[in-house]
Design a protein around this ligand. Structure first.
Ligand code: DAH
Length: 339
């Protein structure tokens, strides 16, 4: 009997279990009513009287030993279950790849920031517009080619609902709803019905600026442009204004800056002229002021508009416009360290 007890003890001592079902199986095998340890107790009756004390003690010890062992197996499983080896909270975090601002957002912010320093505040308008705000209020003649389907996306062929082709539409909205002094900058997306290529896209981004007050002159416009160009491209930058035509400004001009790649010496980027064109501008046509409810006898103003893609190309020499909308991370990640 004692030999059987010590054999069982060795057997129990060596037990292992990898899950709760196995622990329960072992409990039943040894400790249940029909279990092997319990069976020993039943056999105890047949033990000769002189051995009863020793054997009884050994059986009790075995029972305690088996109970402890089964409990230990169960506890071991529970604590193993709580401990997730894959999660070490003391480890230094693995480096996350940071995203980067889109180059167009970076440049838009920079443009806005420069004008904000001059007291301009942001105004926004809808991308789905009507003819009045995009064309008529801005002095476009009825037969102006920009109204043509070739340039403008009309919605459901309704001539009055269209995607704005320029952010100048925000000018007229603001002038309709407020009186001078007006000093606003309008960033936004615009749409034109163009075949997509390296140099043209069916959507792009513009920033428009408008200043209307008493006695605003072309000199104010010129100084604002010079300040903008030098803040954006560096203090060595020169500007040049060429006469131009826009329906909503009179006089109108286009502004060139000295080529920021060759410093005005002439290179392939500026087609050896030393100058690159960056924006359109002019004095707000009195017809536009009147159409928007502003007295053109008391007030005058200047407006300017530029393409954000164009400025971004100049700053970062992006050769293909399509890069801006393809979301290729190899392109976008190059701007991680930009402001
Ligand atoms: N709206 C013009 C365009 O899309 C840009 C422009 C030119 C805006 C002259 C102006 C301006 O405010 O004065 O090409």
């Amino acid at each position: 009997m004692l030999e059987k007890i010590s054999q069982l003890r060795k057997e129990i001592e060596a037990l292992t279990a990898s899950d709760a079902a196995r622990v329960e199986e072992l409990r039943i095998k040894y400790l249940s009513k029909k279990g092997e340890v319990t069976a020993l107790m039943n056999d105890f009756r047949s033990v000769p009287a002189d051995q009863k004390r020793v054997v009884g003690q050994a059986i009790n010890e075995l029972k305690t030993f088996a109970t402890d062992k089964i409990n230990a197996l169960r506890d071991g499983l529970e604590s193993a279950g709580n401990q997730d080896d894959s999660l070490d909270l003391t480890r230094t975090a693995s480096p996350l790849r940071l995203g980067s601002r889109h180059p167009l957002s970076l440049v838009r912010e920079e443009i806005i920031d420069i004008f904000r320093r001059l007291g301009f505040s942001i105004a926004e308008g809808p991308e789905v517009e009507d003819d009045w705000h995009v064309f008529s209020s801005l002095n476009f003649a009825d037969d102006h080619p920009a109204r043509d389907m070739q340039d403008t996306f009309f919605i459901n062929s309704r001539p009055d609902v269209l995607l704005r082709t320029h952010t100048s539409s925000v000018q007229s909205r603001v002038m309709e709803n407020s009186q001078p002094p007006i000093r606003i900058i309008c960033p936004g997306r615009v749409y034109r019905n163009e075949a997509i290529s390296a140099r043209a896209h069916c959507f792009f981004h513009q920033v428009e600026a408008l200043y209307v007050d008493r006695n605003v002159t072309f000199a104010d416009l010129r100084q604002t442009l010079l300040y903008f160009a030098q803040e954006m491209f560096g203090p060595q930058t020169k500007i040049r204004l060429r006469p131009s035509y826009f329906p909503f400004t009179e006089p109108s001009a286009e502004m060139d800056i000295s080529c920021n790649l060759c410093g005005g010496e002439g290179c392939s980027f500026c087609k050896h002229t030393g100058w690159v064109e960056i924006l359109g501008c002019g004095m707000v046509d009195p017809n536009v002021l009147e159409a928007c409810g502003i007295d053109s006898k008391q007030y005058s103003g200047f407006a300017l508009g530029m393409g954000i893609e164009r400025i971004t190309n100049l700053k970062y020499q992006v050769k293909d416009l399509r890069m801006f909308s393809e979301n290729d991370v190899r392109f976008l990640h190059q701007f991680t360290s930009a402001r």
